[in-house]
Design a binder for this molecule. Structure first.
Ligand code: SF4
Length: 285
């Protein structure tokens, strides 16, 4: 069976690049406190980390789950129970991490169940616009990565030179569904799009291009930009020696200053947020 959920357009879903097939596998389901403050709040975000990934960046810090062979196999009913339990435990939202390969099953679940909290779709943004359109009305908040502007970097680090073009179109579609960001009286997000960008070592010029793109795209809209510093070296150091280090303060300051120069408001992660202690344990084995 062909799969067109993302632009990899795998000819056989069962042997697709994301390694998901027709199973539901999750690696962790728990309240998570390290997202942006409007998502984590005081009670945490109800994160469900799905196993497998349709992008698989070479520097992924969650490699043990993105590879697709870890995690626990669950049925749809069990997934519904997990989400209900998280919601009953008081989390502010349900936050589906790397959900794209599971889009069909998530649509079915969200059409049939009301969990009583905002639904967050936490994605690499590498998905087709036609697939995203089918989520209209089911997702409240898109937490969307914008990883690379340069085709060369995207090709080198995730094997997809078209990343920026695909992700920019996807984010446009996400915004058309949610409209402007809405934050409630407790500072929690209810709907909208947050665009996340992780600054990579040696790639500050690419970060500036992304900030330029965001400034232009959001000029007449209300989206949130989130600049992230948490890069933790997890690469094959022989193949990618340039990525085998943390960000320097001067690199990160350059990206922060450029945000301010472009009048882009948003979240700026503290540089001390890099390190393995910020990688959740994927313990739902
Ligand atoms: S979601 Fe998975 S199977 Fe479908 S096109 Fe993308 S990588 Fe291939």
């Amino acid at each position: 069976m062909k799969c067109v959920i993302c632009p990899r357009n795998c000819s056989d879903r069962m042997r697709g690049f994301c390694s998901v097939g027709d199973e539901i596998r999750i690696s962790r389901a728990a309240a998570h406190y390290w997202e942006e403050p409007c998502i984590s709040g005081s009670k945490g975000s109800g994160t469900v980390f799905f196993t497998g990934c349709n992008l698989k960046c070479v520097f992924c810090q969650n490699k043990e789950i993105s590879a697709g062979n870890s995690g626990k196999k669950v049925t749809l009913d069990e997934l519904v129970s997990i989400c209900k339990k998280l919601s009953e435990n008081g989390v502010h939202n349900l936050n589906f991490v790397t959900p794209t390969p599971y889009m069909c099953v998530l649509k079915k679940m969200l059409r049939e169940n009301d969990f009583g909290v905002p639904i967050i779709y936490n994605t690499s943004s590498y998905e087709s616009v036609s697939a995203l359109k089918s989520l209209n009305g089911l997702v409240d908040v898109y937490l969307a990565d914008m990883k690379f502007y340069s085709e060369k970097l995207a090709q080198k680090y995730c094997g997809r030179a078209d990343y920026f073009k695909i992700a920019a179109a996807a984010i446009e579609q996400m915004y058309s569904q949610t409209g402007d960001v809405v934050i409630d009286e407790n500072g929690l997000i209810k709907k909208g799009v947050i665009v996340r960008h992780l600054v990579l070592p040696g790639c500050v010029e690419d970060s500036k291009d992304i900030i330029d793109w965001f400034a232009e795209f959001s000029a007449d809209k209300r989206l949130i930009f989130s600049l992230m510093s948490q890069y933790t070296p997890c690469v094959d150091s022989e193949k990618y020696p340039e990525l085998n280090r943390k960000l320097t303060p001067s690199e990160y300051n350059e990206a922060k200053d450029y945000m301010s120069l472009c009048s882009v408001d948003g979240y700026i992660q503290d540089l001390s947020s890099s390190g393995e202690e910020y990688i959740p344990e994927f313990d739902l084995m």
